[in-house]
Ligand binder design. Structure first.
Ligand code: NDP
Length: 284
């Protein structure tokens, strides 16, 4: 799609790697249209060496904000004027918001996840098991703890990264965290209320990849969440449903991080149903 920059329109965007059709752009622009907002959301490929110039360009062109994807989530910080509370704890930004003449780094991944969670359970006082220790796991761990979860177990393939995330949570947020090695199927620890896949296992095209989880340790009534948006019905989602768990799929998190971004940028609370429908159309 070619785009003409029209300075009568408010601009937002996604600075990241090249994508044929960015589902986030489709989702955001569906919300802008639905709410009659004369805004655009552009997908812009930015090479790591060009990040400083891209942020300066966004300032110069009056962008109201932009999302950052890999590889810019950490590198963008030095080009911003300030950070939101949880983004500062995570040390990663996926959403930049212009407030006055300042560009402020926020992280809406974990906030979007917690919003999905709160639709079915209040994380306050809950014990959580998270698979993964990358950016998504970090965002989810921090926000779930800030929302009141009392204990978080991290299972991760690489011990070093897993221990690092557990240490960050113990250090920076009011939850107790521990690491469990993940070198065979992990059983859900006794007393766990919420199980989360925050790894990339199950993401298209590797849709048959299975999480190393002892699925027989899932119990009825547990909440099981998967960050994978494409396809949303992962093996984990289906296994959990079969065992009577309450399930959250990755589309919910993606929609909610988008609704929070639009709220930050435009002040409008967008309709999540319209955004989810737009995503479902992209993912077939
Ligand atoms: P990272 O690359 O930062 O981390 C990936 C994580 O997955 C690491 O913990 C890695 O383990 C683990 N992992 C990858 N492959 C395997 C494997 N074969 N076996 C065991 N562990 C594995 O990625 P992100 O955290 O940024 O993203 C993770 C997923 O979350 C992606 O699929 C992304 O699409 C999804 N996501 C969804 C969002 C949504 O809104 N629904 C928002 C953000 C992300 P190790 O440390 O050992 O390498």
């Amino acid at each position: 799609m070619s785009t003409t920059l029209n300075f009568k329109q408010e601009l937002t965007g996604c600075f990241g790697q090249p994508v044929a059709e960015n589902p986030t752009q489709v989702m955001m622009e569906a919300a802008y249209r639905h709410h009659g907002l004369d805004w655009r959301y552009l997908t812009i490929e930015v090479a790591p060496d060009d990040l400083a110039a891209a942020v300066a360009g966004a300032r110069a062109m009056g962008f109201r904000g932009f999302n950052c994807t890999i590889p810019h989530k950490v590198a963008v910080i030095e080009h911003l004027d300030g950070m939101g509370e949880s983004a500062a704890v995570m040390g990663a930004v996926n959403c930049v918001v212009r407030r006055g003449d300042q560009l402020i780094g926020e992280n809406t991944d974990g906030k979007g996840f917690v919003k999905s969670l709160q639709d079915i359970v209040d994380p306050a006082g809950k014990r959580v098991l998270i698979f993964g220790a990358g950016g998504a796991a970090r965002a989810i761990g921090v926000e779930t703890a800030l929302a009141g979860a009392t204990h978080i177990t991290i299972a991760n393939r690489s011990r070093e990264r897993g221990e690092e995330l557990a240490a960050l949570l113990n250090d920076k947020v009011p939850a107790e965290a521990s690491f469990v090695p993940w070198d065979g199927p992990v059983a859900v620890p006794e007393g766990t209320d919420i199980v989360i896949n925050a790894t990339s296992i199950g993401l298209f095209p590797d849709v048959d990849a299975r999480l190393g989880l002892d699925v027989d340790s899932l119990r009825e009534g547990m909440v099981v969440a998967d960050v994978i948006p494409n396809p949303p019905r992962t093996h984990l989602v289906r296994d959990a449903e079969e065992r009577g768990c309450r399930v959250i799929d990755g589309l919910g998190m993606l929609v909610n991080q988008g609704t929070i971004g639009i709220q930050y940028w435009t002040g409008t609370d967008p309709d999540p149903t319209v955004m989810r429908q737009a995503l479902e159309a992209v993912f077939g």
